[in-house]
Design a binder for this molecule. Structure first.
Ligand code: ADP
Ligand code: ZN
Length: 213
């Protein structure tokens, strides 16, 4: 089963994709996570991606399409995958369609997790993640018992460099200009559904599972 999870920054794509990956036994392919790993490692891709990511802009289509084209040929993608954060431009969506067609694959579900812009700014600027196990926290809705430490594993809580208000507003504006048209690209296709990302996380997860079956 091949799934595309869409939604503005902070809608909860990453968290939901992580849980869906466990439930359905297919990997979560997050271009954001892959690019952050490349930046951290200082690889050639990372060096090219760094400035765009820090400003909240998009990394070039060429780079992200290359990353995904390589990634979906790996063995763990044989039964399918969940794309999280890709495609983010119409050009990426077109490249993905070609990539899949040439391998006789198709997208089974495109799901848009919708959310309200002001709520997203508050959600994103308050969030932190455990560096060790990936558990997510929030300054107002989900505080850790001990400040700065993960309740589950004691790991250190970190914030993303691009989760400050100015960059978030830019990411949202980039989303409206460049990524919202991707929804229109898929909407007529019969595989498209939307779920309300303003609901509680477990409700959003249940709605996603009802669609995926
Ligand atoms: P969010 O959805 O919260 O903005 P991501 O982790 O998906 O965060 O992405 C972080 C950053 O990585 C983006 O702001 C962008 O710079 C870059 N990025 C991720 N995916 C893509 C993509 N498909 N195309 C271009 N840039 C991307
Ligand atoms: Zn942890």
């Amino acid at each position: 089963m091949n799934v595309v999870l869409m939604g503005p920054p902070g809608a909860g794509k990453g968290t939901q994709a992580r849980e869906l990956a466990v439930k359905y036994g297919i990997p979560q392919l997050s271009t954001g996570d892959m690019l952050r790993a490349a930046v951290k490692a200082g690889s050639p891709v990372g060096l090219k991606a760094k400035a765009a990511m820090e400003s909240g802009g998009l990394v070039s289509d060429e780079i992200v399409v290359g990353i995904i084209a390589d990634r979906i040929t790996e063995a763990d993608c044989a039964k399918g995958f969940i794309l999280d954060g890709f495609p983010r431009t119409v050009a990426q969506a077109e490249s993905l369609a070609e990539m899949l067609k040439s391998r006789s694959l198709k997208i089974d579900h495109v799901i848009d997790i919708t959310a309200d812009t002001e709520a997203l700014v508050a959600r994103i600027t308050g969030r932190s993640t455990c560096a060790k196990c990936g558990e997510g926290y929030h300054d107002t809705h989900k505080k850790p018992k001990k400040a700065g430490a993960c309740d589950k594993c004691g790991g250190e809580l970190t914030r993303r460099a691009d989760d400050n208000e100015e960059t978030v507003r830019n990411r949202l504006s980039v989303y409206h200009k460049q990524t919202a048209p991707v929804i229109e690209f898929y909407r007529g296709g019969g595989t498209f559904k939307a779920v309300d990302g303003m609901e509680k996380m477990d409700k959003v997860f249940a709605a996603l599972c009802r669609i995926l079956g």
